[in-house]
Design a protein around this ligand. Structure first.
Ligand code: NAD
Length: 480
């Protein structure tokens, strides 16, 4: 018999890009629930307690924290108390691609997830619903259940459900407030159904019931990997066509518009760019590839691997074009890099295509001035010192002598030979390009890696304009 929704006590292990915003939205919409977010890192937890200096930037997030902090939303490093107190425990820890050992470069590193599960198994004394929020390989819930059943006394305490997160960084708050769907996978047992129902009741505080869909555990785990694979595949598909357009004189934006009006194809995710980034797309496809290979599904693995191959190719060929267009050398030339985050409206730089572009330009001997409105200075330098994850380690170089991280975009372009747009920040569309042109070395090049600028206008000002998926706009006749 179903009863009135309970005032659940909720905890989340992991105060990152997913755990933090998701719990803020739950706290805001479920004032009867107590929500506690726990993380191992004291600095991060301290930052979450200051709405003006949150550890991540997301439009609308500060207001949400301000509205709920200390009322029904709490942040703590006391994981054990948070676990003991909770009825529902979300696990939203990282599952990055392994960088060493078996499956290195493809498989997900599940050590954070396992240690969170072991902690729960050790300290919990009352029944808990464990929510796999992290993105995981299909059948991962089986591992969690095994960990929870190692102690037969406590095994009956736990129900594992999978509830993948589909938010996109940069629009996380809006995505969480108005999700296309909420997916919950559970065991096909009476206790499993009950666990799914209780989690669905939490979401039903603000999500229409018809948007809350339930499946078995494996379908839910699988759907998350597949959703990201399909999204990334669209980007690689249009990016592959951008190269064809450049070679033939077609215009990729015109092609995207023409095919996107077909309702079977749809218009979204058809914007050509320097390539996708972020912590998820590449990682989740690699995870899918690894899983397929492990199951002996070679053709399936090869098919999805190609999405990554095209993405790497797009980043590489964009940078090669910069070098070739600038008279085959950028050695000693100043180049302004506009944008370092992997997309606009976030300060996140994980797998940012900007890093690949920057590294290749450094290899060619360029001097770089990088401007991004949201990426913190320390984060940018940390990324630059480590390099892109799938590339071999860069040879040592005095980075500080070759790169400056500036806070004024006009300072970045002063005396530059070229501007390279790596992130689609809206503010780049409305810069004073006459002023910028006047301050640059001539010919002044623009390489628009996001196809966001008004190319005709820039050309009229005097720039050499290079974009993706169409022929360059040059004031000199092309001989090739
Ligand atoms: N970032 C996204 O846009 C996004 C979207 C959907 C799904 N996901 C998935 O969600 C998961 C989390 O991603 P994220 O971007 O939030 O990662 P993140 O790195 O921003 O946050 C993970 C947090 O977990 C903490 N942590 C690690 N081990 C812990 C433990 N045992 N107990 C408590 N905290 C612990 C870390 O300190 C970190 O703060 C990943 O599996 C990711 O694939 C991410």
């Amino acid at each position: 018999m179903s009863s009135a929704p309970r005032a659940e006590k909720i905890c989340c292990l992991g105060a990152g890009y997913v755990g933090g915003p998701t719990m803020c939205v739950i706290a805001k919409n479920c004032p009867d629930c107590k929500v506690t977010v726990a993380d191992l890192f004291a600095d991060k937890i301290a930052q979450w307690q200051d709405p003006d200096h949150l550890p991540i930037f997301e439009p609308g997030l500060s207001d949400l924290v301000r509205a709920t902090l200390g009322k029904n939303l709490f942040f703590t490093t006391d994981l054990e108390s948070a676990i003991r107190e909770a009825d529902i425990i979300f696990v939203a820890v990282g599952t990055p691609t392994k960088t060493v050992g078996i499956g290195s470069g493809h498989a997900a590193n599940l050590c954070f997830l396992e240690s969170a599960a072991r902690l729960i198994a050790r300290v919990a004394t009352t029944p808990k619903i464990i929510v796999e929020k992290s993105t995981v390989p299909v059948r991962n819930a089986e591992t969690l259940m095994r960990i929870f059943t190692t102690n037969p006394d406590s095994a009956r305490l736990f129900q594992v459900v999978n509830n993948p997160e589909f938010l996109a960084e940069g629009t996380a708050v809006n995505d969480l407030l108005h999700p296309d769907r909420v997916l919950i996978g559970g065991q096909t047992t009476p206790a499993g159904h009950e666990a799914v129902r209780r989690l669905a009741d939490v979401y039903a505080h603000w999500v229409p019931r018809e948007r809350i869909i339930t499946t078995n555990l494996w379908s839910s785990e699988c759907s998350k990997l597949v959703a990201n694979a399909f999204l990334a595949q669209r980007i690689s598909s249009i990016n592959s066509i951008s190269e064809l357009c450049e070679a033939t004189g077609a215009d990729v934006d015109e092609v995207a518009r023409a095919i996107g009006m077909d309702s079977r194809i749809g218009a979204k995710f058809l914007k050509s760019s320097v390539g996708f980034g972020g912590s998820c797309f590449q990682k989740d496809i690699l995870n899918l590839v690894y899983l397929s290979q492990s199951l002996g599904l070679t053709e399936v693995a090869d098919y999805w691997e190609q999405v990554i191959t095209i993405n790497q190719h797009q980043k590489a060929r964009f940078t090669e074009r910069i070098v070739h267009s600038m008279f085959h050398t950028i050695t000693g030339k100043k180049i302004a890099v506009l944008g370092f985050a992997f997309k606009k409206d976030t300060g996140d730089t994980r797998e940012t295509p900007a890093l690949d572009v920057v590294y290749k330009m450094l290899d060619e001997g360029a001097n770089l001035a990088i401007y991004d409105p949201k990426v913190p200075d320390e984060l940018m330098w940390e990324d630059l010192r480590h390099g892109p994850s799938l590339s071999p380690p860069a040879r040592p170089m005095p980075l500080e002598e070759r790169i400056s991280h500036v806070t004024d975009v006009y300072q970045a372009v002063e005396g530059a030979h070229a501007i390279v747009v790596c992130t689609e920040w809206d503010e780049f569309k409305t810069l004073d390009y006459e002023r910028i042109f006047g301050s640059m070395v001539k010919p002044a090049f623009i390489f628009d890696g996001r196809n966001i600028l008004d190319h005709q206008r820039l050309f009229q000002i005097g720039f050499e304009v290079h974009s993706l998926g169409r022929r360059p706009l040059t004031h000199f006749p092309q001989t090739l």
